[in-house]
Write a protein that binds this ligand. Sequence first.
Ligand SMILES: NC(=O)c1ccc[n+]([C@@H]2O[C@H](COP(=O)([O-])OP(=O)(O)OC[C@H]3O[C@@H](n4cnc5c(N)ncnc54)[C@H](OP(=O)(O)O)[C@@H]3O)[C@@H](O)[C@H]2O)c1
Length: 245
Amino acid sequence: MSKGTVLVLGAKSDIAMAVAHRFAKDGYDIQLAARQADDLEASCTDMELRFRVKVTQHDFDALDVSSHAGFVDALPILPSVVVCAVGYMGEQAENERDVEAAAQVIRSNFEGPASILAELANRFEQRGSGILVGISSVAGDRGRATNYVYGSAKAGFTAFLSGLRNRLAKKGVHVVTVLPGFVATKMTEGMDLPAKLTAQPEEVADKIFNAVQKRRNVIYAKPIWWMIMMIIRNIPEGVFKKLKI
Ligand SMILES: NC(=O)c1ccc[n+]([C@@H]2O[C@H](COP(=O)([O-])OP(=O)(O)OC[C@H]3O[C@@H](n4cnc5c(N)ncnc54)[C@H](OP(=O)(O)O)[C@@H]3O)[C@@H](O)[C@H]2O)c1
């Protein structure tokens, strides 16, 4: 018997796919939502055969916010858990020159994810149950010269998730904020990341699975990131602006 249904938004992401596998392995049915979801056909079949759960695919564009209510209406069942992995880093240098490019980063990491989670939150509130998981970023903890457009969008998303958790705490609906730190995925391909600080997508998926079971509030993929960000947040502004980080 199914343990529930997990909707994975931005399902083509490496972290999202690992999350889908982790929940399917434990007996959850899965809804994979992504742009051009047809490409996910083979993944659906593979998961169904491997884990004996129901896996469906759904077209979803986070930037098309006017479609979000209809998207939720069209799901075969209102899920019990939602994991939003939608994100787009872009290029900081381009974002500094091109306001349209910057807007796409801001909308992809903040407006789109907040819009779809707001829609699902209202349905969960009405039902009186559900868990929403938003994948944000430690980049949102403090604006840095090298990626503050992406970071500021993630900061907005982190605050949105915090507010949503606060609002729904007494309504049977729980919200988990995920701050992964570095993860080896398509997004970070080609970057020179320190191995000890870099998680694999499967590690993040395990952390998300456990956070859902234990109703954790805010999680880091590797605990060391909590310490690193605590230090970075507390560097005085006068010193911070002289650093190249
Ligand atoms: N990798 C890291 O080090 C790291 C660190 C901190 C946070 N994160 C966050 O973790 C999440 C997953 O990222 P990832 O590392 O797995 O990278 P990824 O593979 O690039 O995943 C991002 C996913 O977001 C989807 N997406 C972007 N815009 C969308 C839109 N408008 N509508 C629907 N889907 C959209 C992309 O879909 P397409 O395939 O259609 O482009 C892609 O599958 C992101 O939110 C990212 O910001 C990652």
